[in-house]
Design a protein around this ligand. Structure first.
Ligand code: UD1
Ligand code: UDP
Length: 371
């Protein structure tokens, strides 16, 4: 069986790493097509997880727009797919790379498996364009690897056949387990490297398109007001490489002293810095999934989330982006809420998601690849 893994951004690489190694270790002919939608942020992950792509499409351009990115990807991905004619294509999540991988697989009548299927906010503009991407991939996919019951039920409600939906957990937990098992000894050293060992700090990340501009400014204003009242606290902000995002962060925090603005961290370092933080503020999908495992209170800087499990688990609160709400929730964490939100409770699986995906592929191989 020949399996094509198509991905191109940081979170996809993190979440595909265990799938890649699990398939490879079980003698599956697996090829990686790295679209290069991201550059540095992707390479960091590929290096850490020792993934050497078979194809590197190097698609990224500064300030790339959605339509031009999509059109460039379609042609380049199709060239590879036509050459390889995989038995199965696996895509992960909801990026443009994942959408194009699924679309071109479909055009070439290759069955597509969707990893992290069934996440929904119900609002096609939030997250934008990811909610649309995952619905479009769902329409094309032959098999849906859903992380949780919530995701399974979303798919059932949309009329998908239950035989094609498998609840397998999220591969993000596979990645976390791998880091904990294989790289644990590095964690203390990393805190020292960023001079964070004895500092109390809040970790923040933001990058979503719907938060660009004013919503980001509002969040930073609210956070800054709180931080100015709490002189022992630092703000650590690993900034996404998108200049649209970085410019706003720099402008809003320019004259604030207790900030540590850094480039995107390598995954291992980021997990360590999450683990050592006082609490987390983020609009990231992956971070919302990792925080419950680490028991880190997380304020989600969005109006909607497709990850209600973290909120139900008690670790995350969906607080929106107004400066008043941001300030209010930061202050609330001084009270009992902090303890309530600090209980580690992982709703995203047992770290064996990639093995479940492998088992599924093996069964279907025996049945003659009728995905
Ligand atoms: C993309 C995904 C988003 C995902 C995010 C993870 C789409 C439409 N968006 O958003 O779903 O949550 O990745 O981070 O698929 N850049 C670099 N170097 C890098 C990466 C990005 O310089 O390694 C800069 C470039 O100027 C690039 C810009 O960031 O044009 C935006 O990258 P892009 O992949 O289009 O969007 P993201 O916001 O990263
Ligand atoms: N991450 C990382 N370095 C950073 C910030 C995040 O390795 O500086 C990891 C994080 O642990 C998570 C993933 O990147 O696994 C999330 O990526 P991102 O927030 O870019 O995308 P999203 O998950 O929102 O699609």
């Amino acid at each position: 069986m020949k399996v094509g893994l198509i991905f191109g951004t940081r979170p996809e690489a993190i979440k595909m790493a265990a799938v890649y190694h699990t398939l490879k270790n079980n003698s599956i002919d697996v090829k990686v097509i790295s679209t290069g939608q991201h550059k540095e942020m992707l390479y960091q992950v590929l290096d850490l997880f020792e993934i050497k792509p078979d194809y590197e499409l190097e698609i990224m351009k500064d300030g790339q727009g959605l339509a031009e990115l999509t059109s460039r990807l379609i042609e380049k991905v199709e060239n590879v797919i036509k050459k390889e004619m995989f038995d199965v294509i696996l895509v992960q999540g909801d990026t443009t790379s994942a959408f194009v991988g699924a679309l071109v697989g479909f055009y070439n009548k290759i069955p597509v498996g969707h990893i992290e299927a069934g996440l929904r906010t119900g609002d096609v503009y939030s997250p934008f364009p990811e909610e649309a991407n995952r619905k479009l991939i769902g329409n094309i996919a032959k098999v849906h690897f859903a992380p949780t019951d919530v995701n399974v039920n979303n798919l059932l409600r949309e009329g998908y056949n239950k035989e094609n939906i498998l609840k397998v957990g999220n591969t993000v937990i596979d990645a976390l387990c791998w880091v904990k098992e294989n790289k644990n000894s590095d964690l203390d050293r990393i805190k020292e490297k960023y001079n964070l060992k004895d500092k109390k700090y809040i970790l923040m990340t933001m990058h979503r398109r719907e938060n660009w501009g004013q919503p980001m400014r509002e969040v930073l204003k609210g956070a800054r007001k709180y931080l100015e009242e709490n002189k022992e606290l630092y703000l650590v902000f690993p900034m996404h490489l998108n200049p649209t995002v970085r410019d706003v962060i720099r402008e809003e925090l320019d004259s604030f002293e207790r900030k540590i603005l850094i480039d995107p961290l390598e995954y291992l370092e980021f997990i360590s810095i999450m683990d050592g933080s006082y609490f987390i503020m983020t609009d990231s999908g992956g971070v919302q999934e990792e925080a419950p495992s680490l028991g880190k209170p997380t304020l989600v800087l969005r109006d909607t989330t497709e990850r209600p499990e973290a909120i139900e688990a008690g670790t995350a609160k969906l607080i929106g982006t107004s400066s008043e709400e941001v300030y209010k929730y930061m202050k609330l964490l001084e009270g009992e809420l902090y303890e309530e939100m600090s209980k580690a409770n992982n709703p995203y699986g047992d770290g064996k998601t990639s093995e479940k995906i492998l088992d599924y592929l093996k069964i279907y191989k025996l049945r003659g690849l009728q995905l």
